[in-house]
Design a protein around this ligand. Structure first.
Ligand code: SF4
Length: 323
């Protein structure tokens, strides 16, 4: 893809466990175009958060990257050691986690969170200059700078999540990974937060990888969407294309499960079955036990690298049967 800030090729991440190897991410390739928002969607346990953490090399042991490349502006992050990654996390790519209460230190005031972040990366910035920058940013996020002397628990959930965005932006990275950033917010605060995120993305020309199970959020914010199932990206497309014409049966199922107030419907569609056990995934296409379009080839071979209408879709309905 032209001018990709992040390009992932053939990435596989395994977790050895007492019951076998969990293939949390299995041969994933995709790119993030600069200045765009890409939604990464799928059910819980499909590998989307693991993929986000892997970009920053923050997976918990025993998780390990067993294959692939992660190119950030052409630099392969797989080759970086921990000291080098510490210099990349923050100034080049940063992350907004699901729950600010587990990410912010409850024992230190908010200004210290910012000061310590700046001090870790920009040793020559004095405290007054750092505070001027912090005050300006938090005011821009709609929080009075006087609140910076407070502790995390003294803020509302929406304010805490705005502080998390501020911490992610304070070192001016161009890439932000936001992992379910609205999970802890109610719908009203969520709507305000999404508006803020959309505004910041345009203003700072940010590239955002938005990890979520919520297709509504993707529809509001994303330019492109990658759909994950059982550790694989099964479909990737522009957001309008994907919503107007989903191709993969799993994507169709996800979209059919969204309530539509314009349709008179007694029962909402639910996809049969549940995601596979990744220590022992089904043979062939991992979606075949739940797929309404299953064919005889589907439990024998795994669909790979199928492109139809310029769209990546891992499904034999769109080719690959003869490969
Ligand atoms: Fe369904 Fe077969 Fe396509 Fe898999 S490859 S999604 S089982 S039709």
């Amino acid at each position: 893809m032209d001018d990709a800030i992040l390009s992932i090729t053939g990435l596989s991440i395994h977790y050895p466990t007492s019951t076998g190897i969990v293939k949390a991410v299995d041969n994933v390739s995709f790119s993030l175009p600069r200045g765009k928002v890409v939604g990464l969607v799928g059910e819980s346990g499909c590998g989307k958060s693991t993929l986000g953490l892997a970009i920053l090399k923050l997976m918990r042991p025993p998780g390990e990257i067993v294959a692939g490349k992660i190119l950030l502006d052409g630099e392969n992050l797989i080759d970086k050691d921990e000291a080098q990654m510490r210099r990349i996390r923050g100034p080049k790519v940063s992350m907004v986690f699901q729950d600010p209460m587990t990410s912010l230190n409850p024992l230190i005031r908010l200004d210290r969170h910012f000061l310590e972040t700046i001090d870790a990366h920009e040793r020559n910035v004095g405290k007054d200059d750092a505070m001027a920058r912090i005050n300006k940013l938090v005011e821009h996020l709609g929080i009075s700078s006087s609140r910076l002397r407070e502790f995390p628990h003294e803020l509302s959930g929406g304010m805490r999540q705005r502080i998390m965005i501020g911490l992610a932006l304070i070192l001016n990275p161009k890439l932000i990974i936001a992992d379910e950033p609205t999970n802890s917010l109610d719908v009203i605060v969520e709507a305000h937060f999404l508006d803020l995120l959309k505004g910041l993305q345009k203003e700072y020309n940010l590239t955002i990888l938005l990890i979520t199970h919520n297709m509504g959020i993707v529809a509001q914010l994303a330019d492109r969407v990658a759909v994950m199932y059982a550790g694989r990206i099964v479909e990737e497309a522009g957001v309008m294309d994907l919503f107007a014409r989903p191709l993969h049966p799993y994507t169709k199922g996800l979209l059919s499960s969204i309530p539509n107030i314009e349709v008179d419907q007694m029962r909402l569609y639910t996809m049969p079955g549940s995601p596979p056990d990744l220590t022992d995934p089904p043979p062939g296409c991992p979606f075949h036990p739940r797929c309404p379009n299953k064919m005889s080839i589907c439990d024998k071979k795994t669909p790979h690298d199928i492109i139809t209408d310029g769209r990546h879709v891992e499904c034999f309905l769109y080719g690959g049967k003869d490969a």
